[in-house]
Ligand binder design. Structure first.
Ligand SMILES: [Zn+2]
Length: 392
């Protein structure tokens, strides 16, 4: 009897298509591919495999991700460690993959693992969504409030967290944080989670912190990778007149925040290309001369020092010079905040799998984010002293 493989992409954040199954005596080979859905690029996948009538001796899985060369940095698989779990278990990293060349120049990405249950989930990186945000709010024991600032085009709540509402006299320095403009970039979310959790642990109240943890909520819930997605990338729709309804909702909230605090810093949390493994780094907005904005650079240097050398890129703060599908004035968040609010702004990239040879576990992302929060609290003392009056 042969094992029957049932493929399920309807689990939370589900993405993927079953391409084929091969039964071997001790091995099961399952070929899948990620779905581009509404974007010109694919990368994110998340699905469940169920094995029916599997003989106990058939206990190894060869997971073949086909056409991964069509993704944003899907190869080489040697630099990528997706995650797996059994039902309701914790997600674990897989071992590094292999890039297997095909005779016509294409290649498959292959990961091998034990079959440890008859239902196993696989994802490109540790999933993250509303459940984790709610868990963070609950664990903060009242430090973070969760408010709904609008409803997405498809009817989902757009959530904003805050540690306080500030006030119209705007006494406290303000920080505004966003993540998941590209809905599949979950490693950025885990770092942000660590950042927020550290603020809650330290009960930091000397600043007004507002945060949009799940900006592209429709894309997140539907399992979209969401980089450069249609009708326009959320992170290129930040013009003075925004090109997406979500951005209008965000911008009105930023106006409220700016009226109730003294804007100090804007941060954005992303993930880079799939196989990038040079450590965490950030993009710095350009000044009028085309070089890096000075105050943003100072913040970048400060963050660089806060992150362990195992996880910080040797080339930490940089000016973006990669080609964009959306030409200016289709602004990204950090450029918008720098241009219209005249504050330092940084857009961070947290690798999906590893930093150099160090595999990034959830706890590493949380620690990186936590260190960044410590860095903000640390720098707040000097920055506030030098640039702001009436702080204390
Ligand atoms: Zn991104």
């Amino acid at each position: 009897m042969q094992t029957n493989v049932i493929f399920d992409n309807k689990i939370p954040y589900g993405n993927g298509i079953l391409v084929g199954v091969e039964n071997k005596k001790k091995w099961l080979e399952v070929a899948v591919t990620p779905e581009a859905l509404n974007a010109p690029e694919s990368l994110w996948f998340c699905f469940r495999l169920k094995f029916k009538n599997r003989p106990e001796t058939q206990n190894r899985l060869r997971l073949v991700v086909k056409y991964f060369y069509n993704s944003l940095g899907g190869l080489p698989a040697e630099k990528i460690n997706p995650v797996t779990r059994i039902a309701k278990g914790d997600w674990q990293r897989l071992s590094a993959g292999k890039t297997v060349p095909l005779p016509d120049g294409r290649a498959d990405a292959v990961w091998e693992t034990d079959i440890i249950a008859d239902s196993m989930d696989f994802a490109f990186c540790f999933p993250y969504g509303s459940q984790e945000v709610d868990g963070l709010v609950k664990k903060s024991k009242g430090y973070f409030k969760k408010d709904i600032i609008g409803v997405s085009p498809e009817g989902r709540d757009i959530v904003r967290l805050s540690n306080n509402y500030g006030d119209e006299n705007a006494k406290l320095p303000g920080i505004y944080l966003v993540a998941r403009q590209h809905s599949g970039e979950t490693s950025g979310s885990w770092a942000l989670h660590g950042f927020l959790a550290r603020l809650a642990e330290r009960k930091a109240q000397a600043m007004t912190v507002w945060c949009l943890p799940l900006t592209n909520i429709d894309g997140i819930e539907k399992g979209y990778y969401g980089k450069d997605n249609f009708p326009i990338d959320i992170n290129r729709a930040w013009g003075a007149l925004p090109m997406r309804y979500e951005n209008l909702v965000f911008q009105r909230d930023i106006e409220r925040w700016a009226g109730r605090s003294r804007p100090l810093l804007a941060l954005d949390f992303h993930s880079p290309c799939g196989c990038e493994a040079d450590g965490v780094y950030c993009f710095i907005p350009k000044n009028g001369k085309g070089t890096a904005d000075k105050i943003s650079s100072e913040w970048s240097e400060h963050f660089e020092k806060s992150i362990s050398a195992d996880f910080a890129s040797g080339e930490f703060g940089k000016v973006a010079n990669y080609p964009s599908r959306w030409e200016e004035p289709c602004l990204s968040y950090y450029k918008f905040m720098n241009k219209f609010y005249k504050i330092p702004a940084l857009s961070f990239e947290f690798p999906y799998s590893r930093s150099m040879e160090n595999i990034l576990e959830k706890r590493n992302y949380l620690e990186i984010g936590g260190s960044m929060a410590d860095a903000v609290l640390d720098r707040l003392k000097t920055v506030v002293k030098n640039t702001m009056v009436n702080y204390e």
